[in-house]
Design a protein around this ligand. Sequence first.
Ligand code: ADE
Length: 248
Amino acid sequence: MRVDVVTVFPDYLAPLRLSLIGRAVERGTIDLAVHDLRTHTTDVHRTVDDSPFGGGAGMLMTPPPWGAALDAVRAQGQQSLGADAEPHLLVMSPAGHRFDQATAARLAAEPWLVLACGRYEGIDERVLDDAARRHRVTPLSIGDYVLAGGEAAALVVVEAVGRLLPGVLGNAASVVEESHSDGLLEAPSYTRPATWRDLDVPAVLTGGDHGKVARWRRDESLRRTAERRPDLLAGAPADRFDRRDLEL
Ligand code: ADE
């Protein structure tokens, strides 16, 4: 997968060179390029922002540098992926569609993502409208809170998507069993020592009965989801639950 990130703080994306995602970048599973928006400004002050029409607090990112940057990134990507390739532009914004595990899985199947990181009060809407004349554009929010800019959100999206790419995780089963993969939170988990500070690992996990372990995990998963994230249970389709789930 090719991933381009456009930002006024390229150094903010340095963690993508570390750990699991860093190794995927080194191996070429992720072809990552981080671009400095300011290289596409034309004035001595390298201006990327201006005050909003109609008034309002704060500054907005002005279209010309974004247009130039996105054109350049698209041309670069087409050189490596082919002239017919088109990116999917993801614009990081608290006003975007909610980014969740299902979105991450869908994006992991795409060949080319471009992430635009806004600062200040966001990006002039025409940048999105113009890009949408050529390819898909999706505003994405990583949660119902406001960050100082889209960079931290871009880190989250690249990590959540990147770890789903074939060969990035050592153990593919961990993707199947983890929290959110089935719409529920994962059950609690334990490792050695079996007793620590007078706390014992639940006996069912050391008993060797795989059927019982599976049922216990399912019960704990439901219990934990009901307590911490009742919204997830309320949103799940009824056929996701069997008779024993409902006895709980
Ligand atoms: N930029 C600022 N806040 C954000 C959020 N919650 N998600 C994505 N981008 C953002």
